[in-house]
Design a protein around this ligand. Structure first.
Ligand SMILES: Cc1cc2nc3c(=O)[nH]c(=O)nc-3n(C[C@H](O)[C@H](O)[C@H](O)COP(=O)(O)OP(=O)(O)OC[C@H]3O[C@@H](n4cnc5c(N)ncnc54)[C@H](O)[C@@H]3O)c2cc1C
Length: 300
């Protein structure tokens, strides 16, 4: 499919229905619905002078370049249809990617949060961690410059400047992307005075692939931004805390709900399912134990 064209998976799903069972046909019909909606919104809502992702619609972008960031993470840079315009994504948005990895007859749909500045014109960059047997991450890591990927915008939390005195961003592994986008967006908005604490839990030091970018934000915004890293299996001589994102760790870095800055604060979480469950479980969750109300916690 050439870049910039509308996604029409329903055509493929309809063709394949001839060889499917009832459940498969039902799933394919759902996919067809998404495809039809995507086609409808694309052809009715986007005028050419608007940034491509300023309203809902699927678009197919061409992969410009790839860069290996560490042992399991690649940065993929996709060209926007208009090199002079930014993506149009508001802060905390992700891109819902849709692909038909080879050997699969159903599409794989996963969100990824662009890591480049949302105001930059001409491209979006995804930082994708490869999971063993991961359907979409394996497909995305196999893409070569010139290949295409279909995606649509999905909005996250509607961020309002100065709504909270302080925001805590708690990320696990590749869950860092939405946090990076939001932290940078808050800190680079001259009207936003929100203070930000990031806690990023990873397996090894090498997984801290945005460490330099966060160090730059700390230098540029002293007293407003702090990054805390916790590493399950740190290397010899590692500067970082060893362990996991626990109640003790969060208390130790000033993230108990009773602390002055957190009383009207917000906590944002993005990480592997086990981590999110440990943090957000209703009765035994770490954040509830720390005194946060459910309305103070948001999960991407
Ligand atoms: C809002 C949002 C933004 C995201 N942004 C990014 C991003 O920028 N970069 C990025 O790499 N990922 C991001 N993700 C995660 C991404 O959407 C996929 O879940 C991830 O790439 C795995 O998909 P897969 O199809 O490769 O793996 P699957 O085929 O779904 O799973 C394969 C294996 O990997 C394990 N696995 C799947 N997801 C995770 C996980 N998150 N943590 C630990 N183990 C897991 C599964 O348990 C399974 O064993 C984001 C998720 C959300 C909700």
């Amino acid at each position: 499919m050439p870049p910039g064209t509308v996604f029409r998976p329903f055509l493929r799903a309809t063709h394949r229905a001839n060889v499917m069972g009832t459940t498969q046909v039902a799933v394919a019909a759902a996919v067809a619905g998404i495809g039809a909606y995507a086609w409808y919104t694309r052809s009715n809502s986007t005028s050419s002078d608007k940034p491509v992702f300023s309203s809902f619609g699927f678009h197919t972008l061409r992969l410009d370049s790839t860069e290996l960031i560490n042992h399991n993470t690649k940065k993929l840079r996709f060209a926007l249809p208009d090199a002079t315009k930014p993506s149009g994504l508001p802060l905390t948005s992700a891109l819902l990617t849709v692909a038909f990895p080879s050997g699969r007859w159903l599409p794989v749909i996963r969100p990824y949060t662009p890591v480049n500045d949302i105001n930059e014109p001409g491209y979006v960059e995804l930082m994708v961690k490869l999971y063993p047997n991961g359907k979409q991450s394996t497909h995305l890591h196999s893409l070569q410059p010139g290949d295409t990927l279909t995606m649509a915008p999905v909005r996250g939390l509607a961020w309002t400047a100065n709504q909270h005195p302080h925001v805590a961003l708690i990320a696990g592994g590749a869950g860092i992307s939405p946090m990076y986008q939001l932290a940078r967006g808050i800190l680079r908005d001259p009207t936003d005075r929100t203070r930000v604490t990031l806690v990023w839990g990873v397996n090894t030091d090498a997984d801290l692939f945005l460490r330099d970018e966060f160090a730059a934000l700390e230098r540029e915004h002293p007293g407003r931004f702090r990054a805390v890293y916790v590493v399950a299996d740190p290397g010899v001589g590692s500067q970082h805390k060893k362990g996991f994102v626990t109640r003790q760790l969060l208390e130790g870095v000033g993230l108990a709900a009773g602390e002055e800055q957190n009383r009207d604060g917000k906590v944002l979480v993005c990480g592997p399912p086990a981590m999110e469950k440990a943090l957000k479980g209703k009765k035994t969750g770490v954040l509830a134990e720390l005194g946060y109300r459910p309305d103070q916690v948001y999960s991407f």
